[in-house]
Design a protein around this ligand. Structure first.
Ligand code: UDP
Length: 478
């Protein structure tokens, strides 16, 4: 077997949001299992963001490399913007990709679902196409059955709950928690679904033990061909991998260093970490409520503030001054740190002092919390995050809801503002040391052990990675 050529896999991540980060990890996982992984990047500047960890893998003699596609300038730029996805006219990219793939045909291409345009090219060359869309099994099943059965069409108002039919558990949602595009009348597969159905299969960043009923439901009832290969973030064993991973904004290195030192001085599980992912923009009004909620909770915190939602022609001087004053006050009394822009999330969550995570329930953040054994305060905002919240709180029992009810796109102004009392109460429940928190932490630690076992030799995800490689190998031989 060893004398055989390795299976050659191309990975084509979408740059925006939490799409690229897990896809890079996925390429690394497959190369660790002996495949030859090539990551296709649309721009050099983007490739530079993950080059270091790939170099480190190469020094371990893994077969992994980066290829920057030769795209026209404008086309390359528009593939890096989340606001362009997935609607851009991408005909300008198709020719260069086709040229590259026909010169260097791999055994399969794993594409992000937002690169829909690439599907046509890959399919026309007869190359097996595997889809990655960044979600877990549970939310996929919810989405599928809402689309199939249309339970939301029968409710009286946006806030009336409905049960999602057909699922192994009773799952309730409201219309206001559904993505806008999922609220239309049911009937017919959506474009994304069609592309998946015509693909060779779907790789899912999850593991069997986390959502087993839904892995089975997805594969057996919904008849989807899928491999659960995660949590792929666990491939970041190295400290350097963890601190550099996915960095998308500038970081105040001095403050970060101070923050990590400060964490060292705190009791185990006494600090709450707050971050809403790489995309979402909260309003100043919401940020100020969070600030008051944290202050009133008396819990220590690390709060990462990413982009802020601002309306044109409005001045936010008072609000910004409040935040600056809050930050100074909290740091002086040793209560908390505010980081602007970006923080190395895995490093933060894995720190022994961090005992809770206030999160928007992005799937990567959810898995990273599981992989750190840290319970969550769930604050879904967009995408499939409201489904993820149900999994975290109702099914897995590793989080409490802050009470978010309104789905809005990551770049839209949201009407709902969660008040300081709700923030304070939820944070206390998770990091306050009560029995509920202890129970949640126990369940989270148990899942952490299962996650680690899943990616070890003989584990469920480990076997799935090998199964996909074997399938591609036999395809190649035939
Ligand atoms: N992330 C990070 N530091 C930050 C913000 C985000 O490392 O300050 C990473 C986080 O670890 C996760 C990804 O960015 O891997 C965010 O993905 P997720 O699916 O949670 O949310 P999205 O950004 O897609 O809304």
């Amino acid at each position: 077997m060893d004398s055989e050529l390795p299976v050659e896999m191309y990975f084509f991540p979408f740059v925006g949001g939490g799409h690229q980060i897990p896809m890079i990890d996925t390429a690394r996982v497959f190369s660790a299992h002996g495949a030859k992984s090539t990551i296709l990047s649309t721009t050099l500047s983007n490739a530079l963001r993950f080059r270091n960890c790939i170099h480190r893998d190469q020094t371990l003699h893994r077969l992994i490399t980066i290829h920057v596609l030769d795209l026209p300038n404008d086309a390359a730029k528009s593939t890096t913007s989340m606001s362009a996805a997935p609607f851009t006219d991408t005909s300008a990219f198709q020719q260069p990709l086709k040229h590259f793939l026909s010169q260097h045909p791999p055994d399969c291409v794993v594409i992000d679902i937002f690169h829909r345009w690439a599907s046509e090219v890959i399919d026309s060359l007869g190359i097996p196409r595997i889809v990655f869309n960044g979600n877990g099994f549970f939310s996929r099943c919810v989405r599928q059955n809402v689309g199939r059965f249309g339970p939301h069409e029968k409710v009286g108002s946006d806030s009336d709950p409905f049960v999602v039919p057909g699922l192994p558990d009773r799952v309730e949602l409201t219309m206001s928690q559904l993505p806008i595009f999922a609220r239309k009348k049911s009937g017919g597969a959506d474009k994304i679904g069609q592309l998946e159905d015509k693909s060779f299969g779907i790789v899912v960043n999850s593991f069997y033990e986390l959502e087993s009923k839904y892995v089975d439901y997805f594969k057996n009832d919904l008849k989807k061909k899928a491999w659960g290969i995660g949590p792929v973030s666990l491939c970041n064993g190295d400290e350097a991998d963890k601190s550099e991973r996915g960095q998308a904004a500038s970081v105040d290195e001095e403050k970060l260093k101070w923050c990590l030192n400060w964490l060292e001085s705190k009791e185990p599980n006494s600090v709450v970490y707050i971050s809403f992912g790489s995309l979402v923009r909260l309003s100043y009004k919401q940020l100020i409520e969070i600030g008051h909620g944290l202050e009133n909770s008396t819990v220590c915190f690390v709060w990462v503030i990413g982009k802020v939602f601002v309306s044109e022609n409005e001045s936010y001087e008072d609000e910004e001054n409040w935040l600056v004053g809050f930050e100074k006050r909290m740091r002086e009394i040793g209560r908390g740190v505010v980081l602007r822009g970006w923080a190395p999330q895995i490093l933060m969550l894995e720190h022994k002092s961090v005992g809770g995570f206030v999160s928007h329930c992005g799937w990567n953040s959810t898995l990273e919390s599981v992989c750190a054994g840290v319970p969550m305060v769930t604050w879904p905002l967009s995408a499939e995050q409201f489904s993820n919240e149900k999994l975290i709180t109702d099914l897995l029992g590793i989080g409490v809801q802050v009470g978010s009810r309104e789905w809005a796109s990551w770049n839209m102004e949201r009407k709902e503002v969660i008040g300081r009392e709700k923030v304070e109460a939820a944070v206390r429940r998770v990091v306050g040391g009560g029995d509920e928190a202890v129970e949640m932490r126990k369940r989270a630690s148990d899942l952490l052990e299962k996650a680690k076992r899943a990616v070890e030799e003989g584990g469920s995800s480990y076997e799935e990675v090998d199964a996909l490689i074997s399938e591609l190998k036999s395809l190649k031989q035939n």
